[in-house]
Design a binder for this molecule. Structure first.
Ligand SMILES: Cc1cc2nc3c(=O)[nH]c(=O)nc-3n(C[C@H](O)[C@H](O)[C@H](O)COP(=O)(O)OP(=O)(O)OC[C@H]3O[C@@H](n4cnc5c(N)ncnc54)[C@H](O)[C@@H]3O)c2cc1C
Length: 302
């Protein structure tokens, strides 16, 4: 890439949401630069499920296939780099990358996803996306009827329990410290014979990410084959906040139904805007963002 590049649109994040936005824009003859640092949130999971035509495929293979298709539109360029700052400029925006490239565009699309913050439990990170899973729709079928745990407290434990009980009856909730349930919630767990274990967790015993047992701080253990968990998350990219994009209370970028953020000419799509974390959702939101960016441009140009 040269030192200075002008584009119609810069898409930051070139995974499912970003590539989907790029396809709609490439097919609209827009000059597009995708900047991607190559760290999608699902990179450790061996198989991705629940996205039609790609069910069970390796997530990297899905993204590579998408990238090949998108880059066949010759107005779309892909740059492996990390966008580190962004600011408004006379005609639009300036984005600077870690390697020192400076690019400008009239419009921006942030498809930057989120970072799951690994809790301080030895083995959690190694099991993430393998034996420790985030979503019953993505991975629940593969561990149906298995001895399963839910690592959560309060409302989320109940929410997971009612979803996961549909897939297995061998279910235990681990609150990793004092349980925090209303009487009504506790009664529901009791009614469905779901044990609640409050013991603090020290580590996960696993083989290549496949969880074998939970090891508690009191050295007791609990054998299981799968564990649902919902770690905290943060925005993967801070540039939307630098530009003044409003976030929701949950820390997601606020958008309207057309993926427009609170800042004019800045769009966002995928995991960074929604708790509905799935490849299908990211692709759908990216598709809308791409079309809406082009829609604005055609209106401005006409
Ligand atoms: C462990 C795990 C397993 C999952 N399994 C499934 C599954 O089986 N089925 C399913 O449908 N969904 C699954 N999901 C959810 C799915 O992976 C996400 O919903 C999807 O990846 C979101 O796509 P995205 O494009 O919004 O973000 P991501 O895929 O996370 O991609 C964001 C991209 O932006 C890049 N980026 C971020 N900041 C910058 C920057 N400043 N500069 C340049 N690039 C940047 C990142 O490097 C990354 O490539 C899983 C999620 C996890 C965590």
């Amino acid at each position: 890439m040269t030192d200075h590049n002008n584009f119609d649109v810069i898409i930051i994040g070139g995974s499912y949401a970003g590539l989907s936005a790029a396809m709609a824009l490439g097919r609209s003859l827009r000059n597009v630069l995708i900047i991607d640092s190559g760290k999608p949130c699902n990179r450790q999971t061996p198989h991705s499920h629940n996205f039609i035509t790609q069910d069970g495929e390796n997530p990297k293979v899905i993204a590579e296939k998408a990238k090949t298709q998108v880059l066949s539109y010759n107005t779309v360029k892909f740059h492996n780099d990390l966008a580190v700052s962004g600011k408004k400029s006379g005609t639009g925006f300036e984005i600077t990358t870690q390697t020192g490239s400076l690019c400008t565009a009239k419009k921006l699309v942030f498809a930057t996803g989120v970072i799951d913050v690994m809790p301080d439990i030895e083995g959690f990170s190694a099991c993430w996306g393998i034996g420790v899973i985030h979503c019953p729709y993505c991975h629940g079928y593969e561990v149906k009827n298995e001895r399963t745990g839910i690592l959560a407290n309060g409302y989320f434990a109940l929410h997971y329990a009612q979803l996961v009980r549909n897939l297995t009856r061998h279910l235990t909730v681990f609150t990793n410290g004092k349980a925090d349930f209303t009487q009504e919630q506790a009664d529901k767990f009791a009614r469905h014979n779901i044990p609640l274990i409050e013991k603090e967790i020290a580590s996960f015993d696993h083989e290549n990410g496949k969880i074998r047992q939970i090891v508690f701080k009191d050295h007791s253990t609990f054998a299981l084959q799968a564990l649902y968990a919902r770690p905290a998350f943060e925005q993967h990219c801070k540039i939307p906040e630098m530009l003044g994009c409003e976030l929701t209370e949950q820390g997601l970028i606020k958008t309207d139904m057309f993926q427009k953020t609170s800042i004019a000419n800045v769009f966002a799509c995928g995991d960074n805007t929604s708790p509905m974390r799935s490849v299908a959702y990211a692709v759908g939101a990216g598709n809308i963002a791409g079309a809406m960016v082009n829609n604005e441009m055609t209106a401005e140009e006409f």
